[in-house]
Design a binder for this molecule. Structure first.
Ligand code: HEC
Length: 183
């Protein structure tokens, strides 16, 4: 029994050292301009989702979703996020294929998670990806406005939809495209 356990420990050590050795000898790919394999994407998304579920405080959005706050959220989005996540003109983002993993288009596929979940992702960023933490750049109030906007992209009140149309020339998405294609 002892020999068996020792065998397992040694195997794990050899695998770990082998992995480290391969990494240090330059065998791991580091290019950002390729698409992650399906299996890796699936594992990473589940790990991210579950980590947020474990760590994020369950708080309600303190910012009420008034027309004014939603329009503010739209403006903050356009200034800070559209470059990577796609603009309200509904065109693909310039950098859509330049990150590993790629940024999801949040206008065509808006997040369907709870607001505390989305707030936590924006506030803290996502480690090992191009998603920055915004806590040093945006105020908590602004991040909540963004969250209110992003979780309502497909069900905005008429006056916010009008603002959207006027400033982009495109119609806001209505939800018929389905949101989960990027997951
Ligand atoms: C420099 C590029 C970049 C900018 C700017 C950026 N993001 Fe991201 N974002 C990413 C990438 C890359 C990911 C994908 C992370 C992953 O796959 O886990 C991501 C992921 C996300 C997610 C998680 C999506 C999901 O499917 O769970 C949200 C929400 C998000 N970003 C919101 C924002 C908001 C809001 C802003 C603006 C304040 C913003 N991002 C600005 C690159 C960016």
């Amino acid at each position: 029994m002892r020999g068996f356990i020792l065998g397992i420990v040694i195997t794990i050590l050899v695998l770990l050292l082998g992995g480290l050795g391969l990494a240090l000898l330059g065998f791991l790919p580091t290019r950002a301009n390729s698409a992650p394999p399906e299996m890796e994407r699936h594992l990473a998304m589940s790990a991210l989702d579950n980590s947020v579920e474990r760590h994020a405080p369950r708080v309600n959005n303190p910012v009420p979703p008034t027309d004014e706050n939603l329009i503010e959220g739209l403006k903050i989005y356009t200034m800070n996020c559209a470059l990577c996540h796609g603009g309200i003109d509904r065109q693909p983002s310039t950098l859509e294929k330049s990150f590993y993993p790629p940024p999801p288009n949040l206008i065509l596929h808006p997040p369907d998670d709870a607001e505390w979940h989305v707030f936590y992702l924006i506030h803290n960023g996502v480690r090992y990806t191009g998603m920055p933490a915004w806590d040093k750049t945006l105020s908590e109030g602004d991040i909540w406005k963004l969250t209110a906007f992003l979780t309502r992209v497909e069900k905005l009140p008429p006056s916010v939809q009008d603002y959207w149309k006027k400033s982009s020339g495109a119609n806001p998405p209505t939800g018929s495209q389905g949101h989960d294609e990027h997951k």
